[in-house]
Design a protein around this ligand. Sequence first.
Ligand code: WTA
Length: 650
Amino acid sequence: MSNRIDNLLHEARRFPPTEQFAADAIAGADLYEAAENDRLQFWADRARELLHWHTPFTRTLDWSNPPFAKWFDDGALNVAYNCLDRHVLAGNGDRIALHWEGEPGDSRSYTYSELTSEVKRAANLLTSLGIRQGDRVAIYLPMIPEAVISMLAVARIGAVHSVVFGGFSAESLRSRIDDASAKLVITADGGYRKGSVFPLKQAVDAALAADGESTVSHVLVVKRGGNEVEWTEGRDLWWHDEMVAVDDEHVAKAFPAENPLFILYTSGTTGKPKGILHTSGGYLTQTAFTHRSVFDLHAESDVYWCTADVGWITGHSYVVYGPLANGATQVLYEGTPDSPHPGRWWDIIQKYGVSIFYTAPTAIRSFMKAGRQIPQQFDLSSLRLLGSVGEPINPEAWIWYRDVIGGGETPIVDTWWQTETGAIMVSALPGVTTLKPGSAQVAIPGIQIEVLDDEGHDVGLDSGGLLVVSEPWPSMLRGIWGDPERYKETYWDKFGDKYFAGDGARRDRDGDLWLLGRVDDVMNVSGHRLSTAEIESALVSHPMVAEAAVVGAEDEATGQAVVAFVIVRASQADVATADEASALLRAHVAEQIGAIAKPRTVFLVAELPKTRSGKIMRRLLRDVAEGREVGDTTTLADTQVMQIITDRLK
Ligand code: WTA
């Protein structure tokens, strides 16, 4: 690891902005100055400049009860109004908000006027179903316009959405519905993925059929896949039937700036996903600001495309809230990058003239592997800015991205942030920063980042430490749903009133940040966060498994891959061959959590390496998983264990 980092730190290529780009850029160096002079004033100015406040705020930050922050808290606004109505009122109603492209090739575009009407209708529909301010609504949809419409309709009436990624299992959906006591679920019959329809309604049925009283009174179903669905009379309603029955007039009411906007579940170090809570005014300020300045959005002329699913934070902040608050025209695509042909994404860029493109390193690496001849068949000359998010982008991938996709000219912004931070925290500003491949570079204006050692001292330049955000920021999480203690413990206990992000980082001699991966038991597989503990508990929920340990092993394609070590119960030891057992357990994890959590490899072992206090030494298992010589075993309770494991796996 440290060798690799040293190589990275010697990366010498530099890309300053062209004169033209700098001259036309939305964000200039003056933003850093303004933020340095008066950070709170800087954010207050952004909030006023970028949003419409029904009731202007007078207080910027209340940090009197850390770590519970309040931003702009005596102000009131409506998030959906900010994303829709005000653009129509400003005369931009005919501007396209969404160019939606379905995987099978169908497409629909919505102007800001049309999207506003749809959201107004949906807001009336939700109200007619009894949803009120503060109620939770679970959204389990494919990447179709109704996903965006649902989120904004929930926001419009001051309710709280909890979007669950469509790839998650019925079991994962159930635990999220229960944790938030959702009253309503919005889903679809199915959606398209890799050329066929995957069922969603079926998973909702399974999630709601489980024992115990459900808080869910209705399930709204969008017809998308056309697949057969079962129907529970009185509970299930077709979206299209209900939407025509309601009015498209709806006056947006203002809600306090700290009104909860959404809960989004993410993996932590324990088995139970955390419901990260975000609120309205601060969140929208920072998503709008970063979307505009980091992506240099010229709303009248740019066509923006972020490939993230709305089931992840990137989809919340940079598909829905940031771009729509800024009045952007964007592409929304339902399917996978390679359906029905490996150039589908590039085809879409060509078709809509996409100028700003935001995706993840894992996708870039897979395109690199498939070869440049695929993108080269398409006209990508409309692109003028590229972005990356989710994991470190290695310099080779960065250069390939710029050369092959960006025509050797476009700047690339590598953006570091998290579900918890709500919006981009570290990134270049493309008209200002000289770019350095592989480094996420600098804190955005108004954000304070430090790299500290375990005792909380600054590690200085050129040495590794822990990434910390040292001042509260507008789009910070406001807590973990229903668990304030866990919120404090996870993020704030380590450094007092500084936020501990869980990432390792290093600053080079220019002061640029290099992200070094997670320092906890969270893995990053294809840019998706997975918890070792969560997968371990899925594995041990199978009757065959006595004990399980999961590690993230380096993987060329996915960044990290899930590798599991499993002890099979003696009574079950010969029910299957090792290969069968391992296939069975991989499928079991997919069923319990979702396909993204499926281990790449399941090793059946007789023992697990543990310290005398019983803690599994994952470091040693990672050595095995990555095919390395096993490291220091002297702190093991039984020093022979690793020998037994490696012998068995030979
Ligand atoms: C990682 C995704 C390096 C990091 C927005 C973080 C990154 C976790 C980058 C959050 C980046 C995200 N460079 N690492 N540009 N962006 N990460 O919550 O480990 O799904 O803690 O949010 O992804 O993942 P999450």
